[in-house]
Design a protein around this ligand. Structure first.
Ligand SMILES: *[C@@H]1O[C@H](CO)[C@@H](O)[C@H](O)[C@H]1NC(C)=O
Ligand SMILES: *[C@@H]1O[C@H](CO)[C@@H](O)[C@H](O)[C@H]1NC(C)=O
Length: 419
């Protein structure tokens, strides 16, 4: 088909965008094609304790393309640690894009789906939960309370969690997570090529002490009027106001027929609250004409703040890894990308997740339908009740693991407390 460009601007736009993509630096790209297992090193972490989980090289139970495989956690109650090396680089003066896709086929109720970037020299055979990392990024789900995207930056040997909530996807389909850090110290977090959070490394993490603090010397001036409302000096108590009784005798009460004054004593009508009574008089409130607003200490430059123009820089990035604990396995990672070009990352996401998502969704719905039919067949009488029973016995099975998990949570909390 003949292709004529009528608009020369459009042509230059096309050329420009081709150029931009052509100049993208790709530091690492893994689509998990043949030979992936020569690029990735499985760690021996937790292997002595028989708690090191095995990876399954698969496209999963539902997918958009059976030939597009990734790596999936395949054993419950296991630790997972695997990493790959790439030529060391620094993101100084450059954009850093870290992207991957993840699918929780198991209906994840507690576990991570995040990845890490590591710097310097790492013994990949020993890579594990204690190995220092530079960036940790991706979804984390546990119970009802934790359903978020982690974005942890390590600065000055300390892990800093993002201070903003970024909800993660919780369904059983593939989603692409993208973390972009720019040389102007701004960042963006995308899910499925849609920006979910953006801002500054200065304000959304506590990497540095705050730039401004409240002046500790400042005091509220004695004549500062911070009362928004005052009693109206014009308002006067109406005459007779205090004479209104709080209670009155019930006008509807009548002496009972069988009341015997001699035996029962003199009949006294009961009292009821007086509808006219409005409580002690108070003048009505008016806006205070001298109100100056709530007093706030003025902000001053924080003497402890020292700017770091290289706040965003990770000078020795060299490894990408997955390090997880999973109660229920089934998390599938794919299409790991580290580049300096958000446009290229977007394009990769479209070519992989974007291309497959509709077929995958249909396959998932088909699988769900089959599963429900199977369940109904196994118990045609009342499958709902059966479902509940299953859930209960699951819970019982989980209790030990949950105790372990609580321990791990507590450890993580300790880790967080140290931050
Ligand atoms: C790997 O995944 C496939 C697809 O879900 C599944 O059929 C197979 O049983 C899995 N193998 C292991 C060892 O878990
Ligand atoms: C780095 O961490 C040390 C120890 O926690 C602290 O004393 C120092 O002030 C930190 N430096 C910066 C630049 O944050």
């Amino acid at each position: 088909m003949a292709f004529r460009v009528r608009n020369p601007n459009l042509l230059s736009l096309i050329l420009l965008s081709l150029l931009a993509i052509a100049s993208a630096k790709v530091f690492f790209e893994e689509r998990f094609d043949d030979g992936w297992d020569k690029r990735w090193v499985k760690s021996d972490w937790k292997r002595d304790e028989s708690l090191a989980g095995e990876w399954n090289y698969t496209s999963g139970k539902w997918h958009g393309d059976a030939n597009d495989k990734g790596i999936q956690t395949s054993e419950d109650y296991r630790f997972y640690a695997i990493s790959a090396e790439f030529p060391e680089f620094s993101n100084k003066d450059n954009i850093l894009v870290f992207q991957f896709s993840v699918k929780h086929e198991q209906k994840l109720d507690c576990g991570g789906g995040y990845m890490k970037l590591l710097s310097g020299d790492v013994d990949q055979k020993k890579f594990g939960g204690e190995t220092p990392y530079s960036i940790m990024f991706g979804p984390d789900i546990c119970g009802y309370s934790t359903k978020k995207v982690h974005a942890i930056l390590t600065y000055n040997n300390t892990n800093h969690l993002i201070k903003k909530e970024v909800p993660c996807e919780t369904d059983q389909l593939t989603h692409v997570y993208t973390f972009i850090i720019r040389p102007d110290a701004t960042y963006s977090i995308l899910i499925d090529n849609v920006e979910k959070q953006t801002g500054s490394l200065y304000s959304d993490w506590s990497l540095l002490p705050p730039k401004k603090i409240k002046d500790p010397e400042a005091k509220k001036p004695a004549d500062w009027d911070d009362k928004e409302y005052i009693p109206d000096p014009e308002d006067k108590k109406p005459e007779g106001y205090d004479d209104i009784a709080k209670e009155i005798t019930d006008p509807d009460a009548t002496k009972p027929q069988d009341w015997d004054d001699e035996e029962d004593g003199e009949w006294v009508a009961p009292t009821i609250p007086n509808p006219e009574y409005k409580g002690p008089w108070e003048p009505k409130k008016i806006k205070n004409p001298n109100y100056k607003g709530k007093w706030k200490a003025p902000l001053i430059d924080n003497p402890d703040f020292k700017d770091d123009p290289e706040l965003y820089v990770f000078p020795k990035l060299k490894y990408v890894g997955i390090e997880l604990w999973q109660v229920k396995s089934g998390t599938l990672f794919d299409n790991v990308l580290i580049t300096d070009d958000p446009e290229y990352a977007k394009q990769v996401a479209e070519e992989t997740w974007g291309k497959n998502k509709e077929v995958e969704k249909a396959a998932f719905e088909e699988a769900e339908k089959k599963r429900e039919e199977e369940e109904a067949k196994n118990d045609p009488v009342d499958s709902d009740v059966e479902d509940e029973d299953e859930d209960k016995s699951d819970d019982a099975d989980d209790s030990d693991a949950e105790a372990d998990l609580d321990k791990k949570d507590a450890e993580e909390d300790d880790k967080h407390d140290e931050l």
